[in-house]
Ligand binder design. Sequence first.
Ligand code: ADP
Ligand code: MG
Length: 388
Amino acid sequence: NEVFDFPRSDPIDQTSGTPDPSVKVVVRIRPKTVNEKLGDPTIKKVGEDSVAVGDRKFSFDSVLDSTSKQEDVFKLVGVPLIKDALAGYNASILSYGQTGSGKTYTMWGPPSAMVEGQSASYQQGIVPRIFQTLFSEIKREKDNAVDKQINYQCRCSFLEIYNGQIGDLLDPTQRNLQIKDDAKNGFFIENLTEEYVTSYDDVTHILIKGLSSRRIGATSTNSRSSRSHIVFTCIIESWCKETLSNSFSSSKTSRITLVDLAGVERSKQVDGAREFERERKDVKRSLSHLGHLVNILAGGTQPDDAMYRDSCLTHLLQQSLGGNAKLSVICTVSPDIKDYGETLSILRFGHIIRSVQNKPVVNEITEEDMDGLTDQIRQLKEELIRAK
Ligand code: ADP
Ligand code: MG
């Protein structure tokens, strides 16, 4: 039962001199399966942050080779996310890759590995690891507070985008939910289940329930592959009270968005069944819209709202892509020669999204802001009374 020792007294940005990029891209190479032939791997890690595919070389923020462990991904991507989220930043992780390249393994790991104290816990994915450490950090921060009382409230939702519709993974009867505008948070999803969580157990309960409701398709090779994008969201609100004066001092909000995308599929793969044709096309359409949007952002232009709203996926990711959030992209790739074409296209996507600039800010309301708001409310009340 390995529990990562969270660095105790590090400041939030622990980088030495180099600024923390708002968008970070990590490549993870999956180990070969028994069926994949021995021989030279198609993709090779060359140096800390580069890979070579054939005669092409790509650089990223980090590259994890096929010997990497779940814990390595957590240290690289999960620990910074926890720090950011507790500091009041929105933070997102996007896993992008071909079907069978390890997106789901990297994000969640097998459900059995989420149960604490299990021998399989080394397989625990990045998401359960994040919440395990997040709650221990929250507890530590509360316990260590001097002269003030820190309160946290976390709420989670889990949804799926399947055939262009949003389905609630925590209430599978809700299959076509609508995205609505919200002045404060940008958007919200009408009727989506939100559950308050106070512990790692609460979160794993939601994860296991949601993952078992995810829609999958059957491929010709008889393997189970994901035909939907799934999005796990946790909104953390914290506020601080001075114990002596009992006065409010500050409040922070952050949105954690964790996305396991549907597989980037081979263009000529045949399912044999017509019912899968529609979902395959839909996955392709939403991923190519994502690629298109990322291309525009990488070119230094901000796409307009309409472009984000063209597809559910980019609408939900509006802040994560070019907006108010820190973003980590995990590109998972296969080491096998048969996947050469897909691997190359996934690395290209990773390379392009690296140039996207996000604009993360700490979502904080201070005492002064509150005083300002209180003043505004008083003025409005007076106007109302006068108008009567
Ligand atoms: P995807 O979600 O991208 O379609 P999966 O996560 O389902 O792919 O991975 C496909 C198979 O490969 C699964 O059986 C998974 O357990 C295994 N796998 C993927 N990545 C790794 C890894 N880094 N180490 C060990 N097994 C892995
Ligand atoms: Mg998957």
